[in-house]
Design a binder for this molecule. Structure first.
Ligand code: NAP
Length: 301
């Protein structure tokens, strides 16, 4: 089986190159090999690779920058998935695509289920919502995985930023009125591999659709930062601030170009029951990634 993975150097793409290798030949591409804002380049790539499965973690993920670059965000997050989905449909192959909590408005009281109405408020969220719709409407054999607060040892993310800042600063103020589930890129990639395998087994046609995939449990960015710093200290990282000295602030105290979601919590019942996966807690994943970063500090710096 030939598996095409876009964005091979992104947080999730990097982990997918590892996790999908047991299922077939993984052909990863980055921006240099195929610019996803260029429709002709995507067509050319698809004709060249002729994949049996498309996995599309590539995206324009700069949430704030997207507010001033809506055209490019739309090209990568909405148009490119449409082209990939149309190819998947023509070839009758599955496509696995990733989406985000930002398709919601964050105003719901409880956790969001897959059937909740979307209502994106940012350019990024709107472009991702259009990408989801393009995949859903064009490729019958689709899996859309909505996730949130992605982190990993590879790439830029909140966990790594906190680890760095805690070694540089003796004061940190972090938002405490946004709630979500930090989710590791490795978990997303591992579950993707489990799903991908099942898509080539009997009964797969019942399983196509949209799923929420996040870790168990929830926290605020403030609680997340505290956990990262506390755990880093335990691992011997010499931080300039202790976890309980991190100040809690409100979203309104830290204005950003794109609106944030007060509630990013996603219900994962559907993915657990359909694919039989067990999801770890966000704390377990944070510990795993911190331990990896610290034990590979020289290589990752
Ligand atoms: N990060 C989060 O917190 C988060 C939260 C919820 C959902 N998601 C979704 O999860 C998926 C994976 O996110 P991630 O965190 O792994 O993203 P990421 O680390 O930002 O990686 C995105 C990848 O897309 C590639 N890319 C961007 N523009 C491109 C273009 N024009 N042509 C080709 N490739 C391009 C990037 O390539 P270069 O490295 O070469 O620029 C990068 O490899 C995305 O669909 C994202 O929307 C992410």
């Amino acid at each position: 089986m030939k598996i095409l993975v876009t964005g091979k150097n992104g947080q999730v793409g990097f982990e997918l190159m590892r996790s999908l290798a047991t299922l077939g030949t993984v052909i990863g591409v980055d921006l240099k090999e195929c610019d996803l804002s260029d429709s002709a380049a995507i067509d050319k790539l698809l004709e060249k690779v002729k994949p049996d499965l498309i996995v599309n973690p590539a995206a324009y993920t700069a949430v704030d920058k997207a507010e001033s670059e809506p055209v490019i965000a739309h090209a990568i997050n909405a148009k490119a998935p449409e082209i990939l989905a149309k190819f998947a449909s023509r070839r009758n192959i599955p496509i696995i695509h990733y989406s985000t909590d930002y398709v919601f408005d964050g105003l719901k009281e409880g956790t969001y289920t897959e059937t909740d109405k979307i209502n994106p408020k940012s350019v990024y969220g709107k472009s991702k919502a259009l990408g989801e719709a393009a995949v859903r409407n064009n490729a019958p054999k689709h899996i859309i995985l909505r996730t949130s607060w992605v982190f990993g040892s590879h790439g830029v993310n909140f966990l790594k930023t906190m680890l760095k800042l805690s070694q540089e600063r003796d004061r940190l103020s972090i938002v405490s009125d946004q709630i979500g589930s930090p989710t590791s890129a490795a978990l997303l990639a591992d579950v993707t591999a489990i799903i991908a395998k099942q898509l080539f087994e009997p009964g797969a046609c019942q399983k196509y659709g949209t799923y929420h995939l996040v870790t168990e449990g929830e926290t605020s960015w403030h609680g997340y930062a505290q956990m990262v710093v506390a755990r880093a200290n335990k691992l011997g990282v010499n931080t300039k601030i202790s976890s309980n000295a991190i100040q809690s602030i409100r979203t309104a105290d830290y204005p950003l170009p794109a609106p944030r979601l007060a509630n990013s919590r996603l219900d994962t019942t559907k993915i657990k029951t359909t694919f039989g996966v067990l999801l770890p807690t966000w704390q377990d994943e944070v510990i795993k990634v911190l331990e990896y970063i610290e034990s590979h500090a020289e290589r990752l710096n």
